[in-house]
Design a protein around this ligand. Structure first.
Ligand code: UD1
Ligand code: CA
Length: 465
């Protein structure tokens, strides 16, 4: 094909509406499916057509919607939501070009595929018409505009404006259109608000264009894509389909998913081959799992990176890094800033925050470790706790290589434990320990009033006492 036969595409995503039927304080297009805002799915499908520009009409909660848009899109503000026709008018105000195809996509169809958009544009080009609209006959057409096609004229009637006979029509409008730029500009100028909502309906442009230069329909191939989202029941249905698609893609790429029914993997997550995902597992955000890992059961990882061959069971991770071959869990909480080295271990009932655990080091049982650096091949005894917070400041603990702490060691930060040091069971460490030394004992003694405990209160307590 020559460039002359392939006119440029300008895409417009309609995302300014409130979404009343969601009964939500958040704009409909901000609701997420598999971790991604609804509107981003439409944008993703459009991207495959390599449009010249992708404009997103924002209005309701414009700032929030705008903040989540990908950088290859341009927000256009529709100050008042006067209808879908008005929204496209606002978008056209930002397009100077005279020729090309205007692709209009409602922001609430997250399952619409790039294949469908491509097919719509192809049909529009090859039929050489002024407008093309995507239609389908879903099992339940309730709430959608009915499409009546007759000799090059396509008329769309909203359900609330339809006669009894028109409501019988099964063919519906899915809110995806290709227009010739000159034709849609002309038609939008002629729209009127003579409908039950007093809005400017984009759908009326189809009839106007049809009468002047022909309009056609393009039929959706896969009815699954017709799952538009207007309320939360439909949101859940669409998300379920997306969730299964994501799982299928991982399984086809070599990941074992033991129980797809209970496994939730967001669209943004990456997983290496031969990794096994056990039941009840949530992998979310920017989580990346290496190859040959075992994740789960009952594990929830958000923005967490796991190296090859690691295992994480019955645990929660938030912004953590787990090294290759490391073992986590059961019942471990890895908080932001935690970096576990190669072949390290953080075991049962441990919480770790903003801490580096060196290669081969172990925190096997019942510990809280925060704001700490642990060297290589060190072992923290059961119940070792860092007292990293003195009520005002967070202080760091440094533990060298090959350190051994006995059970119930308390490390009062800031404190440094030298390489090869050995701390006896129950010791309370509030001074630096030189390398290679054994330290034991409990230096606790009364030194002064606890913060907030003044003399008056103490006297009263003693009286009551
Ligand atoms: C629209 C169609 C209907 C179709 C259905 C498919 C019209 C008049 N009707 O109805 O035929 O079956 O979509 O989902 O177009 N929006 C704006 N600005 C506005 C109004 C809406 O940006 O002023 C956006 C919304 O955010 C939404 C999209 O346009 O993403 C569709 O709006 P919505 O109110 O959901 O239209 P429907 O009533 O569902
Ligand atoms: Ca809708």
């Amino acid at each position: 094909m020559t460039p002359a036969e392939n006119p440029p595409i300008y895409a417009v995503v309609l995302a300014a509406g409130k979404g009343t039927r969601m009964r939500s304080n958040r704009a409909k297009v901000l609701h997420t499916l598999c971790g991604v805002p609804m509107v981003n799915y439409a944008i993703g499908a459009i991207r495959s057509l390599s449009p010249e520009r992708t404009l997103v009409v924002v209005g309701h909660q414009a700032e929030e919607v705008r903040a989540g848009l990908p950088p290859d899109t341009e927000p256009v503000l529709q100050e008042e939501q006067l209808g879908t026709g008005h929204a496209v008018r606002v978008a056209l105000g930002a397009i100077e070009e005279e020729d090309g195809i205007l692709l209009v996509v409602n922001g609430d169809g997250p399952l619409i595929s790039d294949r469908t958009l491509g097919g719509l544009v192809e049909r529009h080009r090859s039929a050489d018409v002024g407008a093309t609209v995507l239609v389908a006959e879903p099992p339940d057409p309730t709430g959608l505009g009915r499409v009546i096609e007759d000799a090059g004229v396509v008329r769309i009637v909203e359900e609330r404006d339809a006669t009894v006979e028109e409501r019988e029509v099964r063919q519906v409008n899915l809110g995806l259109y290709a227009f010739g730029l000159p034709e849609i500009r002309d038609a939008l100028g002629k729209l009127e608000t003579d409908n039950s909502q007093g809005e400017l309906y984009l759908t009326d442009a189809l009839e106007i264009i049809g009468r002047e230069s022909r309009a056609v329909t393009y039929r959706l191939k896969d009815l699954e894509e017709a799952n538009l989202v207007n309320d939360r029941a439909q949101l859940a249905r669409a998300e379920e389909i997306l969730r299964r698609r994501i799982l299928d893609a991982h399984m086809r790429a070599g990941v074992t998913v033991r129980d797809p029914v209970s496994t939730h993997i967001e669209a943004t997550v990456e997983i290496g081959r031969d990794t096994v995902i056990l039941p009840g597992t949530f992998l979310r955000g920017e989580t990346k799992i290496g190859a040959d890992c075992v994740i789960g059961p009952s594990t929830d990882l958000l923005d967490t990176v796991v190296g090859d061959g690691a295992s994480v069971e019955h645990s929660v991770g938030r912004g953590a890094g787990v090294g290759a071959g490391a073992k986590v869990g059961p019942f471990t909480y890895l908080r932001p800033g935690t970096i576990l080295g190669t072949d390290s271990k953080v075991g049962a009932y441990c919480e770790v925050k903003n801490t580096k655990v060196g290669d081969g080091s172990k925190v096997p049982h019942l510990s809280y470790v925060g704001d700490t650096e642990i060297g290589e091949r060190s072992n923290l005894g059961a119940g070792t706790i860092t007292a990293n917070y003195d009520g005002v400041n967070k202080n760091r603990t440094r533990i060298g290589d090959g350190v051994f702490t006995g059970v119930n060691t308390s490390l009062i930060a800031p404190v440094t434990i030298g390489d090869g040091a050995y701390l006896g069971a129950g010791s309370v460490i509030n001074k630096d320990i030189p390398p290679g030394k054994l330290a034991v004992g409990m230096p606790a003694r009364v030194i002064r009033d606890a913060p907030g405990n003044d003399k008056q209160k103490r006297t009263r307590d003693e009286t009551e006492g």
